[in-house]
Design a protein around this ligand. Structure first.
Ligand code: PGA
Length: 260
């Protein structure tokens, strides 16, 4: 697992965006796995800037989002479809038909989840999956106890996640209690995983995910099993890491090797 610590939130977000931009330049029809929440907003802001100022072209990119609240239609202001249209898709040149966000209003979720997995496979699989992390160590809505082999399915949210997400709603009672989410196994199938975490509130989860045991109680720890997983952090999110000095040394060595 590669651990990159940048000096602040802006720098960590930019670094994540540059990884995505580099992939899109190299592979214009890349398949991106995307995330919602407070964390990726600055990263998406940088992608929008690169599109506007440097002509980063998204016209052939395809995207699959991690999750959606069950019960919210795509035009609900708190739906993740709405979030993505507002914070990214509506501000770059990606055709909306190339973007996939799980539907929050299906009757038959067994069928829907299978079709979502099929669509990812038919697109050739995800080249790069962007991830956030919950305070309980979840990735997507794979709450503690989720199987590390899980696929796209419905998941009940924990009270901690409901409370954390209440800030986006008028009150906690309005936060849906169910979500449709890619599974940990779905996420691990991506060719590359990039987890972005910022702020002191994530320091404990990052410590568990990066340096703790691989466990279904901290689903982000499954990234330790992935061949190409990178965790990019600001100083606050990295504050509890015990092996910080080593990560920095590894990163300096990697950058020295890559520079001419
Ligand atoms: P956040 O959520 O970016 O809003 O902190 C991350 C997550 O729960 O995965």
């Amino acid at each position: 697992m590669r651990v990159v610590v940048e000096e602040d939130t802006e720098a960590a977000s930019r670094w994540a965006a540059w990884q995505i931009a580099e992939l899109v330049r190299r592979k214009p029809d890349a398949v991106l796995g995307l995330a919602t929440g407070g964390t990726p907003i600055r990263c998406y802001g940088e992608l929008i800037r690169l599109h506007r100022e440097e002509g980063l072209d998204f016209s052939r990119v395809r995207t699959f989002n991690l999750d959606e609240y069950v019960g919210l239609a795509g035009d609900h202001p708190q739906s993740y479809r709405c979030f993505m249209n507002e914070h990214l898709f509506g501000q770059i040149n990606i055709p909306l038909e190339n973007t996939h966000v799980p539907s929050g209003t299906e009757d038959d979720y067994d069928r829907f989840c299978e079709a979502y997995e099929d669509a990812i496979r038919a697109a050739g699989g995800i080249d790069l999956q962007l991830l956030g992390i919950g305070r309980d160590g979840h990735i997507a809505f794979n709450e503690p106890g989720s199987s590390l082999a899980s696929r796209t399915r419905l998941k009940a949210l924990t009270q901690e996640t409901i409370d954390d997400n209440a800030r986006f709603f008028n009150d906690a009672d309005q936060v849906p209690v169910l979500a449709v989410t890619m599974g940990v196994g779905t996420i691990l199938d991506a060719a590359q995983c990039l987890l972005l975490a910022v702020g002191a509130g994530k320091a404990s989860a990052i410590r568990m995910a990066v340096e703790g045991p691989v466990t279904s109680q901290v689903t982000a720890s499954a990234l330790q099993l992935h061949r190409q997983a990178t965790v990019v952090l600001d100083e606050e999110a990295a504050a509890w890491l015990q092996r910080r000095e080593y990560y920095d040394r590894s990163e300096r060595a990697r950058r020295a090797r890559l520079s001419p």
